[in-house]
Structure formats: C-alpha cells, structure tokens
Design a protein around this ligand. Structure first.
Ligand code: SF4
Length: 493
C-alpha cells in the first residue's frame, strides 16, 4: 500500500504543469543526483533529453523544455527566484551552453538536445522522458523517468507504489471506507487521523508550520495574480482577468495603493496580503455587506489569479496538480475571507483535502495524461469540497460525501488544452471546480451520508474506469476537443 503524505499532494512549485513541468524538472534533478552518486557528474560532456508521448505532444506549451533546462541548471522549484528563470533560459538558448547544477558548463543546444518524439509512447505511462549523458570516454549513461501526475516521478521498472510503500503508517488507508472506519473506531475526525499518519514523517509542529507555510504561498500567489495585469505568455494572447476583477470588486472606497490596476510588479509581503484580505472582507464596513454575486465573483477571481500565475510560469502550490492549482486556494481564501477561518481550521482543511487527493491517486489517477481533466479539476474540486465540509463541522461521512458529490459532477471531463497551453480551458475550469466544491460541501452538510446512493469509493472506481475508456486524444495531447475545434492564431508558441 502506498504511503502518501499531505506534503506529497500539496507542494510548492512553478507553473504551468505538474506533470509536464514539475515532474520533468524533478527528473532532471534526480538524474544529476544519480550521476553524482556514480561519480560520473564530472565526466559529463553532453546531455540529450528525449521526451515521449504526452510530454512530446504538449511539452512545448506546458514548458517541459524549460523545466528540463532549469532542473539541469540546478534550480530548485521550491526555492528558486522565479523572476530569474526566464533570463537563465534565455542565456542557455543564446549561448547554447548550460551550467550543470550551476557548477560546470557544457555545450547544450535545446533545439537539438531536447527531442520531442511525438509518435512514440513508452509502455508504463504516457509521460516519459529519458536523459542520456555522454561521458569523457565516450561511454553513455541513460535513465528513463515517468511523470505520473501531480509532480510525482518514478523510474523505469519501479512502479509508483513500490517507490512509496516503504513507510508503514499507523492508519494505512487505501479506501475511503477504511478512513471512515478509523474515525469511528478512534472517535476521531478525518484530520485527526491524517495528522497521526503525518507524525510518521514529521513532528506535530513541523506539520502545522509546513501547512501554514503552504497556505502563505497560496495567499501570496492569489495576491500576485490579483495585482498583475497584462497578457499571458505562449502566443494565445490571453488577457489576465483577475487584476481587473479585483479592482472592480474592491471599488474605489476599498482600494489601497497596491490594488491599483496596472501596478506592474506587485510588492508581495504579509502586510500587503493581510491589508488586501481585510479590504476583500470589507472589514469595518458592515453596512456594505457583499452580495451573493460579489462573493461568487471573488471565488472566481481567486481561482483566476492562481491559474494566471501558473500560466505565466509563476510560483504556485501544486494541489494536486498545477493545471488545477487554483481550486483549493480559491476555496481556502473564500473560507478565510468570508467564513473567518482560523489557522486550525485551515490546517484541518488541508489535512482533509490532502487525504482525499491521495485516495484518488491510489484508486484512480491524478494525471490528465491518464484520466483527462476529471483527474485534475475533478480531483481538486473533490479535495476542496471535503476540506471545506470539514471546516464547516461536517461528520466524517459528510466530508466524504462532499468529495463524492464534487467528483460525481466532473466525471468524464476531458483534457483538451488549446495550443497545448495551460490556459484555455484550464484557467476558467478552476473557477468552476471551486464553485462546485463550495456547492458540494453545502449539500453534504445538509445531508445524511447513510442515505447516499453513491459512495466516494464508488465514484473513484467510476472515475478510473471512465479514464481507461477515454480516448487518448482527450488526455493532455491537444489532439481533441476544444484543442482542435477552436481556431486560434498562435503567434509564438
Ligand atoms: S484541460 Fe484540465 S487537465 Fe488538461 S491541462 Fe487544462 S486543467 Fe489540466
């Protein structure tokens, strides 16, 4: 049985794709780690990267070539200065030279040394890449990795489950029914059970601090997206909308200096984020309560903000993927701004959401290349629904029902990104996932889960069977759906 931590499901990273950016980035880092371990690193004279399947078909739009270069250059997606990355890429392309791990330069021409094998699919998973290094004595070493969704990577001949089963948890969970049974037996909530499992890897304080840090990165991402106007990269000329909506919703009376539309580079710090959140809440302005429509618009604005940042290669939290990175932060920000969620409630939200994500990963997939968009937006919506229901005081059965309801209404959703970019329909889909999550949580908390006809385990099984039946053109290949029916003029993809 796989042992998955909430920190495996919610990870700090860089846009635009967990499977096509984060996974290949991590694979490049791991390949160099392996070269160092075998004492080959100093002997490397050149590296060629081969991309297969979905990585080849949508890798350009999803930034796979960029990610590979960043990983080989020694940049870390969690700690790197995101603003510096375009310069590093530009320098590699201009000088056809790459500084391996930032320590020794080798010739590297991305145009010829990153190869897109669009007609080849490797057997284990549609997202495969091989790193091939030539050493000083002309011998070669090669390793193949699979990016299996959500930034997870595995190596050839090592299944994901094999990779992750080393840790034995006090409450091993494969199915939601087991999780519910533990809650009953232990007279505990879902986040209490999940926390006890997390203690296998970290102390209680480390889990709390780690989750609150992730929440801080989410808030900063929303703030940055709400204060950055302009056009997204990639050639589709998609205009950012979150900044305009933010400005409209705040109105003149609530704007502060940082909220002026068109402020080029927002200053992102805790003070500005907190001030802005108070303005969103209309603190001290009780006579001007939000209308229902305004609240809905805010939820959408939060989600748009994250996914515009994601599309712009910004810093996001993979939750459980990058394409769907806006759903969970949007619902959390809704809870923080409009339900006055405390830190403890936010932590419970994240522990619950993380466990739901891991149930989908174990029982189905969180990879769009395997399951279409139901595996991204659908799973993130189910996670957010469960987290919000938990925060609202739902019973374990109601929490699981919230996740079930949210996924039930995403079943069959295909992945069809126009021009292979994580922009259309991806950005708006996050708004829909967030709204559905809020609706699902509110239905669940008014329902008796013992009367539910569909269980979470049942919907996970259904999602996986639907994924297997889905034609490959609807699985992150940009060969079906909107990707082929909408005529666009892509100027620089
Ligand atoms: S269509 Fe959905 S699954 Fe596909 S890239 Fe966009 S958000 Fe991800």
């Amino acid at each position: 049985m796989e042992s998955i931590s909430v920190f495996d499901i919610l990870k700090i990273g860089v846009g635009p794709s967990s499977s096509h950016t984060m996974g290949p980035w991590r694979a490049a880092q791991r390949f160099l780690d392996r070269c160092i371990a075998s004492n080959d690193f100093a002997k490397i004279t050149s590296i060629t990267v081969h991309l297969f399947g979905s990585l080849a078909k949508t890798g350009k739009g999803h930034g796979t070539d960029f990610a590979v270069m960043m990983g080989l250059s020694g940049q870390d997606p969690v700690t790197c200065d995101v603003a510096q990355l375009p310069e590093i890429e530009k320098d590699i392309r201009a000088r056809r030279t790459l500084s391996l791990r930032g320590s020794r330069e080798i010739p590297f021409d991305p145009a010829t040394q990153i190869r897109f094998h669009v007609t080849q699919v490797l057997p284990y998973h549609p997202n495969a890449l091989t790193f091939e290094a030539t050493l000083a004595d002309n011998s070669k070493i090669a390793e193949t990795y699979y990016s299996v969704g959500g930034g997870f990577i595995v190596q050839e001949e090592q299944t994901d489950a094999e990779h992750r089963q080393r840790v034995r948890l006090p409450f091993p969970i494969e199915k939601s029914a087991e999780l519910e049974r533990y809650c009953q037996e232990q007279n505990a909530t879902i986040p209490q059970i999940v926390m006890r499992n997390e203690l296998t890897w970290r102390t209680h304080d480390q889990v709390r601090e780690g989750l609150l840090h992730i929440w801080r990165v989410m808030r900063e991402c929303i703030y940055r997206g709400c204060h950055t106007a302009g056009t997204l990269p990639g050639g589709l000329n998609v205009s950012r909308r979150a900044a305009r909506l933010n400005h409209q919703l705040l109105g003149i009376a609530f704007s502060h200096e940082g909220d002026k539309l068109g402020a080029t580079v927002p200053i992102v710090n805790e003070t500005n984020v907190s001030t802005w959140m108070r303005a969103v809440r209309r603190d001290g302005q009780s006579t001007l309560a939000h209308t229902f429509q305004d609240t809905l618009k805010w939820v959408s604005t939060f989600a748009l903000a994250v996914n515009e940042e994601n599309a712009a290669f910004g810093r996001v939290v993979t939750a459980p993927t990058n394409g769907a990175a806006g759903v969970i932060p949007s619902v959390m920000m809704y809870a923080a701004c409009f339900m006055q969620a405390t830190d403890d409630q936010i932590i419970d939200f994240m522990l619950t959401a993380g466990e739901i994500g891991s149930l989908f990963k174990k029982g189905a997939t969180i990879s769009a290349a395997m399951g279409g968009c139901q595996a991204e937006i659908g799973v993130s919506s189910a996670m957010a629904a469960a987290g919000l229901a938990q925060m609202m005081g739902a019973s374990p059965g109601q929490v699981l029902q919230a996740a079930e309801i949210a996924m039930e209404h995403h079943l069959g959703m295909t992945c069809d990104p126009i021009a292979g970019l994580v922009q259309i329909p991806c950005i708006e889909r996050n708004t829909m996932g967030a709204i559905k999550a809020i609706t699902a949580a509110n239905i669940a908390i008014e329902s008796d889960p013992t009367q539910a006809k569909v269980t979470l385990d049942g919907v996970i099984k259904t999602m996986w069977e639907t994924a297997k039946d889905m034609k490959s053109k609807y699985k992150e290949t940009a060969e079906g759906g909107l990707a082929i029916n909408i005529s666009v003029n892509v100027s620089e993809c």
